[in-house]
Design a protein around this ligand. Structure first.
Ligand code: GLV
Ligand code: MN
Ligand code: MN
Length: 411
């Protein structure tokens, strides 16, 4: 099985070359890098015997018809995009690994009695437009056309980016699948945290995925001379932003099961001797309990308004993305657990995901299951993100076992 693990890692290295220059992998959605990695993936899909097409949400879809009477499709997939200077395994593993498994089955002459698809979703990280899950929401029927107006840092709208990529945003509603045509969605992903490494296990089964919300905040003060403006009459937008960053950190530290970050900050005019006139910042909150997240939001934004007022600042807040937490289907947790036991001889560890995944969107369509793979040092969203070939091989054995279990259930 290590041969499959080596093959998976070798393909992931190839995919990592489809990146903007710089440290790690930078591959945003609807870009030349997206197109380049799609060409590689399409070749791997065809090698595994899948029919391929690009859809109007920028997803690359590969489909293998079943040789049997069960028409319900088992969908595998994950996202092709990365964060800026991210790693080579986040997302891409969930595309490459099932393709390597399907190719191995094809080489053995083993046909499946049900259809299987592997989807390389266009956007999960939201690194370009702040909104996220564009591709998987389209397939799941949860796409909100309002996000088409959102713009990237260069002022390009999502609608224009899709058109320039060759997709027709008007075709997105028709991409929604019918629940009765789908058996389940299964995503293989690196854990991106320390649980499996600490437990000494190569793979684990996910029970639930975090809820996430993102805001874009704008603080408006007044630029003025840094030497002559008295401290008490300054309207320094960055001082207000600093207060909000600290408040978010305080609330999240005090709140069980809640994490948050201000990940982006843009200061205008960003000049050494000018009082900052404007700060644009993002705010992200996550929790497995939606009520905890919403309560934290209210406390942070309430305090943000107080801080803005105290410093004579204007404050605009736009909630640009909100996704509820979802649970994995108990029957799939069970099936994946059995498949792990088949492959490793051990009962798997069950764990919660603090990261967002395409499964969040796909849960609106069908039952979802996720297999996590051990991540050295729990490090992700970093150029040094790693994966052992041996662990990828174990995960491939689990997926092969799962495919066979479903086939047995069809007979
Ligand atoms: C994606 O990896 C996320 O959790 O933001
Ligand atoms: Mn990620
Ligand atoms: Mn991911």
């Amino acid at each position: 099985m290590n041969a499959l693990g080596e093959e998976i890692l070798q393909r992931l290295d190839q995919a990592a070359a489809c990146s903007e220059p710089g440290a790690g992998v930078t591959r945003f959605s609807f870009t030349a890098e997206h197109r380049a990695v799609g060409a590689l993936i399409e070749g791997w899909m065809q090698r595994a015997g899948l029919e391929t097409h690009w859809d109007d949400a920028g997803n690359l879809v590969g489909r293998l018809e079943g040789e049997g009477s069960d028409h319900r499709t088992l969908i595998f997939g994950s996202h092709q995009d990365s964060v800026r200077s991210g790693g080579r395994y986040d997302g891409m593993l969930g595309i490459v690994l099932p393709l390597v498994c399907l190719e191995a089955l094809r080489e053995q002459g083993a046909a499946l009695p049900y259809p299987v698809e592997v989807i390389a979703f266009s956007d999960e990280e939201g690194g370009r437009f702040t909104t996220s899950l564009v591709g998987s929401k389209a397939v799941a029927g949860g796409f909100d056309a309002e996000v088409l107006a959102m713009e990237d840092a260069d002022g390009v709208s999502l609608e224009r980016a899709l058109r320039e990529f060759g997709a027709d945003p008007g075709g997105i509603p028709a991409l929604a699948r019918r629940p009765e045509d789908v058996r389940a969605f299964v995503e293989v992903h690196i854990e991106q945290g320390p649980v499996l490494e600490t437990a000494g296990q190569a793979v684990g089964v996910v029970t639930a995925l975090t809820g996430i919300e993102r805001h874009r905040l704008m603080l408006k003060g007044k630029a003025s001379h840094a030497g002559t403006t008295p401290m008490e009459s300054r309207r320094d937008a960055l001082v207000g932003a600093a207060g909000i960053v600290l408040e978010l950190d305080r609330v999240c530290r005090e709140t069980h099961d809640c994490v948050g970050v201000v990940g982006e900050l843009e200061v205008v005019p960003n000049v050494v001797n000018v009082i900052p006139a404007q700060v644009r910042l993002t705010l992200e909150l996550r929790s497995p309990e939606d009520a905890i997240r919403v309560d934290a939001r209210k406390r942070i934004l309430g305090e943000a308004r107080r801080i803005a007022e105290a410093h004579g600042l204007g404050l605009d807040d736009a909630l640009v993305y909100e996704q509820s937490a979802v649970s994995c289907a108990p029957w799939l947790i069970g099936e994946l657990g059995e498949a792990v036991a088949d492959a490793t001889g051990e009962r798997p560890r069950e764990l919660f995901s603090g990261a967002g995944h395409d499964g969040l969107a796909m849960a609106g369509l069908t039952d979802i299951g996720m297999l996590f793979v051990r991540t050295p040092d729990g490090l992700s969203h970093h150029p040094d993100e790693a994966l052992a070939a041996e662990d990828a091989g174990v995960a491939a054995s689990v997926v092969l076992s799962l495919l066979r279990r479903f086939a047995a259930a069809c007979r």
